[in-house]
Every structure is written in C-alpha cells, then in structure tokens.
Design a protein around this ligand. Structure first.
Ligand SMILES: Cc1cc2nc3c(=O)[nH]c(=O)nc-3n(C[C@H](O)[C@H](O)[C@H](O)COP(=O)(O)OP(=O)(O)OC[C@H]3O[C@@H](n4cnc5c(N)ncnc54)[C@H](O)[C@@H]3O)c2cc1C
Length: 394
C-alpha cells in the first residue's frame, strides 16, 4: 500500500519551528514517569489553591492538546487543520462539573457547538460525555439497577432525574440531526457504562433511521466488547436503524484494574495488550465488512491498526473517502498518522477539545499519563518531531 506514516514534512507542515520546539520540550518532559506521576497528582490540587499556574499550563500542555479556552479560539485551530484536509471532532471538554444547572449549561453549549459546526465545512462531528449531562452517582445506580432486587424503578426522584438526562440528550441529538452533524458519545468507566450504552442505543433507534447521526464508543481493552459490538449490530438490524461506532482501546485501564482488585470482582480489562490489539483489529474488520449498515470511526494512535484499516479498504476496493469510514486521532498526538492519511484522501479528523483551563485538567492529566515513556507513545512522537526539526535545518 502506498501510505507511510514516516513523512514528517506532511505531518508537521502546520506547525512553525517554534511550535515544534515547544512540542519537543513537552514530550521530553513527559519521558520521565516520576515527573508525570507527581505532576498529575499535584496539578488538580494546585489549580484549586488559586496559585498562578494557569500561564505555564496554557503555554505548555494546554497548547499541545487543547484547541483553546473558547469556541472562538478553537475555531482558529480548526481552520488551520482544514487547510490540510483534516477534519475536526469538536469536544466541549469540561469534565467533573456536577449539578443540574451545570448539566443545563452544558446542553446549551453542545447546541452552540453543533450550530457552529454546521457553518464549517470540516467539522462533521461533536463529541459528548454523558457525565457532562448526568450525575455520576445516578449513572452508577442505574448501572447496578438490573442487579438490585427493587432497582431504580422504586425511586421516583431518580426516575425524574434520569428522564431529564434523556431529554437533554434528545434535544442535542435532535438539533444535530437537523444540522446533519454526527454526535459521538464517549465511553467512560465500566461501572457507569451500561446506562450510557442504553441511552445511546435509544438515541440511535430514533435518529439513525436513514443515516448515522449518533455513534456509540466501544473500548476494546474490555474483554466483553467485541461481543457487544456484534450484539449492537444485531439489535440495529432487528430494530431497523443504522449503527454508528467509534472504536477505541480505552483510557481508564489502571483505574479499572485497581477498582476490580479493591472490590474483588473480575477485571473487565483484557489479560494483555496483545488481546486488546487483536479485538481492536477484529472489530475494525467486522465494521468494514458490514459497511452497509455500520458507520465506523477508527479512533487510534496505533500505526498498525490504522494501516490495517487502510489496507483492508484497499484490498476490498473501498474508496478512501467512503462516507462510512473515518479515522481520528487526538489533537496534539500522532500528526504523522492524521496528516499522512489526509494527504491520501482518507476521511480523517482531530478530536479537538476546548474549555476553560481549570475544567479540562482531567483531560490533560489523562493525556500526560498516556504519553509517559511507560506507555511508549512519547518515544515515537519525540523521534518524529526531532526528525522534522533536523530536516528543516536542511
Ligand atoms: C478520537 C479518539 C477518541 C477517543 N475517545 C475515547 C473514549 O470515548 N473513551 C475512552 O476510554 N478512550 C477514548 N480515547 C482514548 C483511547 O481509548 C486510548 O486511550 C488511546 O487512543 C490509546 O490507544 P491507541 O489505540 O491509540 O493505541 P496504543 O498506544 O497501541 O494502545 C494503548 C492502549 O492499549 C491498551 N492497553 C495498554 N496496555 C495494555 C495491557 N497490558 N492490557 C490490555 N490493554 C492494554 C490501553 O487501552 C491503552 O490506552 C479516544 C482516542 C481517540 C484517538
């Protein structure tokens, strides 16, 4: 196949020398696991004390992984990406803000984001976390409800609370359907995921009759999810709707394993990375073999999985810009994959979060952890950045 992820000229064409040097500094810093460990523990605490750390966070990790504090700032980044044929998944990245007022505000922001996306040619999707619209504790109760003898249905207040969550989600999806913008619903911790899946399927039944507006996310680090993908497909066929799926490996592995260990239940996480990788690629293949009624987003920084998907498309004679296959990487990571896929005419986007610095800290901390030398991503990012800086020196 005629595609390589080593072309750093394509990968970093959108970055100035100064920006690339900033990225080199950041990834070098993240090479030290102890630094990331201390940093990710202390930062949320320091932010709460009101110490003046905004400036340094803004110029370093925030600039690398986030589009801006406001939609206007983020729009500038989106426009730059568009010049290189890269699309955008806009993500209002505020996390961990509980309370009905915050959920209503978040709903309004999601609608603003959809309305803005509809005015841009390169923003086909927005992304949503159900925890931005619902109390974590409520989701946890709902997750356990089928296992409880009386369950949620005995609790009037909680039924009303859940109905409000469903209404918020319905309103968002309704506007998105009107404006033809896809809504990607993130996957979160396994102990709240059942109600997230149920709500997403409910929305798909309503809004995915003709084409896919709503997408669920499947985390292949869970050993039950390949089966769940096939089950979701069966439900879609029986109920007569199209299935939208974003495939990820999963971002909460340590937390999942620790909780399972502490509470003494079987970990939902695969035994090893090889098993996760196998289920990931099997899922890619399953979706590509069922493109008539599945739209898939291959959301990964793993070169092998991206090449596997692109190779399978070529093998089956599927055009690079087939509307049911999309690739995506997080903003600030794996530009070598994104920009080289874009150059070859694939549908590919950056997942671009925005929001006030203090509210996107949980997202930033996950990116820092993911990019330590322990997880292996930094070495690759750093070597490509260094290679490009060398190339530019001539
Ligand atoms: C566009 C986009 C959207 C995303 N949305 C979500 C989302 O909604 N929910 C979510 O949870 N994550 C989401 N993620 C993050 C994603 O789940 C991964 O954390 C991240 O992309 C790293 O995985 P990878 O496929 O890029 O590749 P790799 O770097 O090859 O894989 C790393 C991943 O493999 C898994 N893994 C590592 N070691 C082991 C092991 N020993 N045993 C089993 N599994 C292991 C873990 O999931 C780890 O994150 C998203 C990522 C992208 C690019």
């Amino acid at each position: 196949m005629n595609i390589s992820f080593d072309n750093t000229e394509n990968a970093f064409a959108y970055k100035s020398d100064k920006e690339l040097k900033g990225a080199r500094f950041l990834f070098k810093t993240m090479e030290y696991p102890w630094f990331v460990q201390v940093g990710t523990r202390l930062t949320p605490f320091i932010m709460k004390t009101g110490l003046p750390v905004h400036g340094i966070i803004r110029k370093t990790i925030f600039k690398q992984f986030v589009g801006g504090e406001t939609l206007e700032e983020t729009a500038e980044v989106g426009a730059i990406l568009g010049k290189y044929g890269v699309q955008v998944i806009l993500d209002y990245g505020v996390e961990g803000k509980e309370g009905e007022e915050n959920y209503e505000n978040a709903t309004d922001v999601f609608i603003q984001v959809i309305n803005y996306a509809a005015t841009q040619s390169n923003i086909p999707f927005i992304s949503i976390k159900v925890t931005g619209l619902a109390r974590f504790g409520l989701l946890q109760t709902l997750n356990e409800a089928p296992r409880l003898r009386s369950g949620i249905h005995d609790h009037e207040a909680e039924i009303a609370e859940w109905d409000r969550v469903r209404e918020r989600m319905y309103t968002i999806c309704e506007v998105a359907a009107e404006k033809n913008i896809g809504v990607l619903i993130d996957a979160e911790e396994s102990w709240i995921q059942d109600p997230v899946d149920r709500l997403t399927i409910e929305m798909m039944e309503i809004f995915n009759k003709e084409k896919v507006i709503v997408y669920n996310t499947i985390q292949l680090y869970r050993h039950d999810r390949l089966h769940f993908l096939k089950l979701s497909h069966k439900i879609a066929q029986q109920q007569g709707f199209k299935l939208g799926i974003k495939l990820v490996r999963g971002a909460y592995m340590e937390k999942e394993r620790e909780r399972a260990y502490d509470k003494g239940y079987e970990s939902p996480i695969q035994a090893d990375k090889v098993s996760t990788d196998k289920d990931y690629n099997d899922s890619v293949q399953y979706c590509i073999e069922n493109l008539n009624d599945i739209s898939v987003i291959v959301a990964s920084h793993n070169e092998e999985s991206n090449l596997f998907a692109a190779g399978l498309m070529e093998e089956k004679g599927i055009p690079h810009n087939h509307p049911h296959i999309h690739f995506s990487q997080l903003f600030g990571m794996s530009d070598s994959i994104t920009f080289n896929l874009a150059k070859e005419g694939f549908n590919v986007s950056k997942y671009l979060p925005f929001g006030p610095i203090r509210d996107v800290v949980p997202y930033l901390m996950r990116r820092a952890q993911e990019n330590t030398s322990v997880s292996g991503q930094t070495g690759r990012e750093l070597s490509l950045i260094k290679k490009e800086l060398e190339r530019r020196k001539g």
